[in-house]
Design a binder for this molecule. Structure first.
Ligand code: UDP
Length: 254
């Protein structure tokens, strides 16, 4: 079998050319990085779990009418997605104070926010992803005002939907990061959700115990990283417990 052409290798994924024009394959690795790759490690099984979680969330978001790049999962570690032109902006949504927000403003982690805060960062590891606002985005031509409006309105819908979905399985969606892309169909362009949604780019806290169930366990050497990722998948009802036929529904919490 001919080897696929690798397009790009990132910190957590390898991107290959897809089988048809306009498609690409996302391969999820177990490699983990934090603090702009100053800390590097492995989370065994992470790639398999993130592939499943991202498939699940993108599919559910598609079901409520959010356009996404996701097409289908190919195997344990790979999914087929539409090739999009990635907009070089990281959109971060926050519902509860944590991480860099807590540091920047000296606020205690866990403070609920009276309304969700959306922040934007310029995707550049050389520059350490600097925070930017609408002025930078439009002045530097990273996105047009209508594109930005569309990204913001999709982000709010995604936040509402995901907050409810996770609350239903006993998980608080503290904050998360999204990326969007331009999907060209003939001469029409649509903004679609791209990249992945997983415990690598979300903060998840158990509603009862406030236990962290995300990459913060790796960032802060807390241990139990693999188990936390698995637990998120298990609660969503997508972790086979003894084999691929043993798929349970979501773990509804009272
Ligand atoms: N995040 C991400 N990629 C980044 C920066 C942040 O996925 O390059 C996610 C992170 O996992 C968290 C949210 O965005 O869920 C907010 O991150 P924060 O700004 O607090 O930065 P961090 O603490 O990750 O440095």
């Amino acid at each position: 079998m001919a080897r696929r052409r690798q397009i790009f290798e990132g910190k957590a994924k390898v991107i290959f050319e897809g089988p048809e024009p306009g498609t690409i394959v996302q391969h999820f690795k177990d490699d983990a990085s934090a603090f702009n790759a100053k800390k590097i490690g492995t989370i065994t099984g992470k790639g398999v779990i993130n592939n499943r979680i991202s498939e699940h969330l993108m599919t559910k978001l598609g079901d409520i009418g959010i356009p996404t790049h996701f097409m289908r999962r190919l195997n344990m570690r790979e999914q087929l997605v539409r090739e999009v032109e990635i907009i070089p902006i990281e959109v971060v949504v926050r519902n509860i104070v944590a991480g860099s927000l807590a540091k920047r403003f000296g606020m205690p982690e866990g403070t609920p926010l009276p309304r969700s805060i959306i922040e934007t960062y310029y995707k550049s590891s050389e520059l350490d992803d600097p925070m930017i606002n609408e002025e930078h985005i439009t002045a530097f031509g990273w996105a047009t005002p209508p594109e930005l409006d569309e990204m913001m309105s999709l982000t709010l819908r995604i936040n509402d939907f995901m907050s409810g979905l996770f609350l239903g399985v006993g998980i608080r969606l503290v904050d998360f990061k999204l990326e969007f892309g331009r999907l060209w169909e003939d001469d029409q362009m649509r903004i679609v959700l791209a990249d992945e949604i997983s415990p690598d780019n979300c903060r998840f806290w158990d509603t009862k115990t406030d236990e962290k169930m995300d990459k913060d366990r790796f960032r802060d050497d807390m241990g139990g990283v693999e188990e936390a990722y698995q637990e998120v998948a298990r609660r969503l009802g997508i972790l086979p417990e003894s084999g691929p036929t043993d798929m349970k529904g979501p773990e509804l919490m009272q």
